[in-house]
Design a protein around this ligand. Sequence first.
Ligand code: IPM
Ligand code: MN
Length: 338
Amino acid sequence: MGGHRIAVIGGDGIGPEVSFEALKVARSTGVKLETVEYELGAAHYVNTGEVLPDGVLQELKGFEAIVLGAIGPAIGSKEVPSGVLERGLLLKLRFDLDLYVNHRPFISPSDIELSPEKRVDMVVIRENTEGTYAGEGGFLRKGTSQEVATQGSVNTRFGVERVVRYAYDLASKRERKHLTLVHKTNVLTFSGDLWSRTFEEVGAEYSQVEVAYNHVDASCIYMVENPARYDVIVTDNLFGDIITDLAGAVSGGIGLAASANLNLNRTGPSLFEPVHGAAHDIVGTGRANPIAAIRSAALMLDFLGEVDAAQSINKALEIPPPAGMSTSAIGDFYAERV
Ligand code: IPM
Ligand code: MN
């Protein structure tokens, strides 16, 4: 065997189907991948009561990368309380593996006719280990009429600086060399101030990058009316969660949106996953679009130094699949073209 050692967490719903196609296409580049599958997710939790055992987390740390399909129970299912898998599995991996950059590229498909202001070619860089996701907060007098719930936002200079630096670096290597900070500095005057100062100070090292600032609410208007204005965006964890769903929706649908959760220090594996969820309603129908997963695999190959293989997948993806193709047919279509 040999090759890159990759852990595969297919997960729930369409997760296993799309990650299967992604690995098929990745392997068709000739790059050798030695994969080990891990059964984790909603079904596994319901069957065993396990979310992410410590031993499994330790094993995962030994891989070069993790391919994740999708995690989550069917909507309306009562078997998995909200937050158990999100906090216990996906966010735990992001935090414990220190995957501090969530890199989410969006490109409009070439076969859709669009006016120039609507053609998307952007990357959203979402801070991935802090903000409201850090889990600060708690209850007082829970369940009473005087109940108090707080949910803080954690922003460290270190955490903000490293993700801002990554975004500048990326912008400086792209054709447009444009970077927008998205935040809500007019209301979040503490965290917003830290973000703006850091953005400005790091920016002094990147004079070739043109910068802009948008409030997050305004950025939602621009995202719909004129997404072409964006090249690279950097933003905090929660704003990044929200605007990347919107960015997916305006660039051909969430079925195309890929993501790389990166530990740039390479002290452990990085994790690659489509932005979409488990879509239990279409499991086994062949209607799941594997393109987001395939694109995520290309991000993985690129991060593993297999730059030519990644490029050949991205080049192949420039041609949309014929309409009506099934999940596996789309996988075959791209596997033949790389
Ligand atoms: C995402 C998802 C996750 C998030 C959920 C599943 C915890 O929505 O990757 O965007 O909120 O980050
Ligand atoms: Mn999300």
